[in-house]
Design a binder for this molecule. Sequence first.
Ligand code: SAM
Ligand code: SF4
Length: 333
Amino acid sequence: MIDPFGRTITYLRISVTDRCDFRCVYCMAEDMNFLPKGDLLSLEELERLATAFVRLGVRKLRLTGGEPLVRRGVMALVNRLGLQIGAKPGEPGLDELTLTTNGSQLARYAEDLAAAGVRRINVSIDTLDAAKFAAITRWGRLPQVLDGVMAAKAAGLKVKINAVALKDVNEHEFDGMLDWCGAHGFDLCLIETMPLGEIDGDRMDQYLPLSLVRQRLAAHWTLTPTDYVTGGPARYFDVAETGTRLGFITPLTHNFCEGCNRVRLTCTGTLYMCLGQEDAADLRRVLRGSDDDAVLADAIRAAIARKPKGHDFVIDRAHNRPALARHMSVTGG
Ligand code: SAM
Ligand code: SF4
């Protein structure tokens, strides 16, 4: 699948649920309205759709959400998708199946994930201060997440910690987090907040440019740029003192769209060709309208042919409105 700008689409992110057991302040309002369960694709439908994408050339699949591990029966889907890893060269199949999780359920699932063929996971932890963690996630508890992370490590999963950089909240903790990640062999990736969805506070109050964070970190750590790529938009640096990597995802400070190789599927079967644009394709209608996988493949190809060049995230400062009304938990980040 090649889009109109010559980018080959090899990466599909699937939000398997919009629900979550946390209410992170930058992601959700405290009293979120979730989708009626009947709107969701079944796990079998998600598998059929994912498989259609793999047949069309997707090599990397990430399950996300909401919190992917709170979807009932999700391991059945992971196990089925895991069977598509490791195809012969030249044949359709997955190189990688992975997920992004808040870690709350990892203690329970880490071994099953490893057994299903998952090799790497991203765990979102914005702070190692338990009180602050509770404040940011509203409903999350840090010790439970850390137990989950350690279970993942013990199960042999490679862990990357994702942290959203929040002005005045965790901005002075990244030295400590880098230290902790280094001690456990985890890469750390910092993310700028993105203006997605109505939340309770003011988004501009949270925004912290990562250029500033990098400058501050460079005072204490030897950061060497690398061309390491994971198929994502992060720019990575080797950290000499820890032997791990530090990544930065900066959607607002410079355009991260040039090398975009991904599309995003929601739990209702809506395909977004760009995280920062409204245009979408309703694949649920196609899926439920026909058992013919050729029809589904045509609909996917037609959607890829509409993939836009890039996002135009801007915060509507005059009205303090997000650039997009859709929450990150819908498209899965
Ligand atoms: N619940 C899982 C988790 O937290 O890892 C997966 C879904 S969550 C939406 C995926 C990632 O998006 C998390 O790392 C989260 O911190 C990030 N995220 C959510 N809202 C964001 C926003 N407005 N700006 C930047 N990152 C955001
Ligand atoms: Fe849930 Fe992840 Fe959003 Fe936090 S960032 S509320 S854990 S979906």
